[in-house]
Design a protein around this ligand. Structure first.
Ligand code: KG4
Length: 485
């Protein structure tokens, strides 16, 4: 069981004045100066550290272009030596990386030994003494820390039926434009590969222009161009690749090839730091895999579907039920109103962590067809609910087994089906009070999008992974190929 302490870092807003005045009561800090940084100082940022519902710490810093200064950091005396100051400082460093800051400075009182040792342990270096810096005449030591450069990444995703381009710096998403083709494919009841490629060609330059405009960035400023190299539809992937190569060639910017499923997994990094070993549960339209990660960029597939992907199964079941494409979201919605009254076969697989959905799908197709032939009515809500209960229970069973056997610290759910409300409920019921942390990407990053591609590309960039201009797409690219990097 996890202990019951929940730590949260929350930005201070104008309406939090009372909280700031109460927290500063009896301290040397002027609450009015802090509120000035919140309200009037465009360069100031102030955050509070909450321990459950109690404010236990504060950090106030200024960012001016590519440099930053720590104005103050304070932790309630009752909560010293718990690593809370370090937590706030690390939070600030992460934010500085997002903002493209190159170095951070601070002044510390000469006698403040614990603060000095904290700053040195965080990588600050002593620069000089500022004599009689403080009002009481005490000298200040001036410390500076270089901030690891965070690349500005432009990422392109075009593996299926979404044309998406994002611009990110570290975990800050400056733009993430997604042009969905779903409406155009709906009439065919699924994605038509040839149509997908054509629509990508029609849309991609507009998406590019919008992404640059939304982010207020010029191509010349970009440090790397990332693109989805695979898996996916070959023609669709090619459109993204050609745009990536053209930008790379004209502007002399390195290219980074990204695996689509790695992108889905790394979408979770916008909400949490990854803790290894972790179990990634990839549930999308084209793939269903259980992946163990022992470190960044290290993927070990321990189980996968032996036939259909879960999303594909959702879509095909929805189609036979007369629901529009893509069917996952429709089944999710209908199932909430139904009961699991239909008796459906439980999938069976040889592999301990493998999955199988085609038997279940075929059974439902036959069931619906035979009801239609007999002229009997189908209770769509109940069938949607029955299908979901069986299919998702199968995934949850394998997840539980793998999480236990591999002793994982985190479970990250990824891919389009990660937005399913029942899957969330089932997994939260199991893991909310467990030592294993469970995460889903934010809803906006569950489906295909380029921000997730940029997130994985960020790690590849730091490792120096680039592709040459003769790189091609790989519609069947295995995620384990990244283990060589
Ligand atoms: O990850 P994704 O956007 O595309 C691939 O890379 O495959 O996944 C799309 C799949 C579709 O099959 C869609 O029906 C399914 O995700 N999906 C859902 C839900 N929302 C989307 N499946 C179940 N419940 C949902 N709420």
């Amino acid at each position: 069981m996890r202990d019951n302490v929940e730590l949260k870092i929350v930005e201070v807003k104008a309406e939090d004045e009372e909280i700031i005045y109460k927290f500063c009561d009896g301290l040397d800090y002027f609450p009015s100066a802090i509120m000035h940084d919140v309200i009037d100082n465009d360069f100031g940022k102030v955050f509070l550290l909450y321990r459950n519902d109690e404010v236990v710490g504060i950090i106030d810093y200024w960012i001016t272009f590519d440099s930053s200064t720590l104005a103050m950091i304070y932790i309630d005396e009752k909560y010293r030596r718990l690593g809370y100051a370090k937590k706030l400082m690390n939070f600030m460093f992460e934010d500085l990386k997002n903002e493209g800051v190159k170095f951070a400075s601070l002044e510390v009182r000469e006698h403040n030994l614990s603060a000095k040792s904290l700053y040195l342990s965080l990588g600050y270096e002593f620069i000089n003494v500022k004599e009689q810096y403080y009002k009481d005449g005490e000298d200040a030591l001036y410390y500076v820390k270089n901030i690891e450069p965070s690349p500005l990444i432009l990422a392109i995703e075009s593996s299926c039926d979404e044309t998406s381009i994002a611009i990110t710096r570290n975990k800050k998403i400056l733009s993430n434009v997604i042009s969905s083709q779903i409406e155009k494919h709906r009439v065919y009841g699924g994605v038509m590969p040839e149509l997908a490629s054509r629509l990508h060609i029609e849309n991609i330059l507009y998406v590019l222009e919008t992404a640059l405009k939304d982010a207020s960035v010029m191509v010349e400023e970009i440090d790397a161009i990332a693109f989805t190299r695979g898996p996916g539809l070959v023609g669709a992937l090619h459109v993204g690749l050609e745009v990536a190569k053209t930008l790379s060639y004209i502007y002399d910017i390195p290219l980074i090839p990204v695996h689509h499923l790695a992108g889905h997994i790394y979408a979770n990094e916008y909400v949490t730091e990854l803790k290894f070993p972790l179990l990634a549960v990839v549930v999308s339209g084209g793939n269903s895999e259980l992946v163990i990660m022992r470190d960044h960029l290290q993927f070990d597939i321990i189980g996968r579907t032996v036939d259909d992907a879960i999303g594909e199964c959702y879509d095909k079941v929805a189609r036979v039920m007369g629901l529009p494409y893509p069917g996952g979201v429709e089944i999710d919605r209908l199932a909430k109103k139904g009961r699991a009254t239909y008796k459906l076969p439980i999938p069976h697989t040889q592999g301990l962590y493998d999955l199988s959905f085609s038997g279940l799908k075929t059974h439902i197709i036959n069931l619906v067809n035979s009801l239609n032939m007999k002229g009997e009515t189908l209770n769509k809500e109940d069938l949607a609910c029955s299908f979901q209960e069986v299919a998702l229970a199968e995934i949850v069973k394998k997840v539980e087994l793998a999480a236990k056997n591999f002793n994982v610290k985190q479970i990250l759910v990824a891919g389009g089906v990660s937005s399913n409300s029942r899957l969330k409920e089932m997994l939260h019921n199991i893991y909310d009070n467990s030592r294993i942390e469970l995460f889903f990407p934010p809803l906006s990053l569950c489906g295909d999008n380029a921000a997730m591609i940029a997130r994985f590309a960020h790690h590849l960039y730091l490792k120096g992974v680039h592709a040459s201009l003769d790189v091609g797409v790989d519609p069947n690219w295995e995620i384990t190929d990244f283990n060589d990097f």
